[in-house]
Design a protein around this ligand. Structure first.
Ligand SMILES: Nc1ncnc2c1ncn2[C@@H]1O[C@H](COP(=O)(O)OP(=O)(O)O)[C@@H](O)[C@H]1O
Ligand SMILES: O=C(O)C1=C[C@@H](OP(=O)(O)O)[C@@H](O)[C@H](O)C1
Ligand SMILES: [Mg+2]
Length: 166
């Protein structure tokens, strides 16, 4: 057994928002690995980056993903950088993974100043472009299917995924 569906995609693609709506529709629990990491660390993600650095965050993220992929009957949203880890990409092979796609312009609008996302600080649009370009092949590699999210309400996206899950 494992999660009903796992959402991947860049920051601002709507993974956390859509997963919560999807969980409501499917009457399942919503699990988000960033929330699990914050609970385990007892502090918000920006503080983890400042206090311990990105490698420590990635190690916590990997542990959170291993645990979450063993949870039954949950709708799981990962962090945007989760797929950088080759072990995570391998683990995702057996799961129903959906890539929430988003354009650079739309993602930039949605994340705003990016204060909750340490990797985007500085020039948000440039950071976002670099990480979206570098990660796109990984999102496509792990996903069973891709859902475009530009100009679509989170409710519509959740409805499409429910329909596709059958
Ligand atoms: N389809 C959408 N259309 C417009 N805004 C959205 C959409 N999906 C998410 N958002 C908004 O974008 C921001 C980032 O969403 P979030 O779910 O945190 O993305 P992620 O978890 O992929 O980084 C939130 O303010 C959310 O309300
Ligand atoms: O892209 C990334 O590397 C990150 C994305 C964030 O999650 P969201 O994609 O939900 O914003 C969060 O895991 C952390 O700030 C790192
Ligand atoms: Mg999120």
């Amino acid at each position: 057994m494992s999660p009903v569906v796992v959402l991947v995609g860049p920051p601002g693609s709507g993974k956390s928002t859509v997963a919560a709506l999807l969980a409501d529709r499917l009457r399942k629990a919503h699990r988000d690995t960033d929330t699990d990491i914050e609970a385990a660390a007892g502090k918000p993600i920006p503080d983890i980056f400042v206090d311990s650095g990105e490698p420590a965050f990635r190690a916590m993220e990997r542990a959170a993903i291993v645990a979450a992929l063993q949870a039954d009957d949950v709708v799981l949203s990962l962090g945007g950088g989760a797929i950088l880890d080759p072990d995570t990409r391998a683990d995702l092979a057996g799961h129903t993974v959906v890539f929430l796609d988003v354009s650079l312009g739309e993602a930039a609008k949605r994340v705003g100043l990016g204060v909750a996302r340490p990797l985007l600080l500085g020039n948000v649009r440039t950071q976002l472009k670099n990480l979206m370009d570098a990660r796109r092949p990984f999102y496509l590699e792990v996903a069973k299917w891709t859902v475009p999210t530009d100009d679509r309400a989170p409710e519509d996206i959740a409805a499409e995924i429910v329909e596709h899950l059958g």
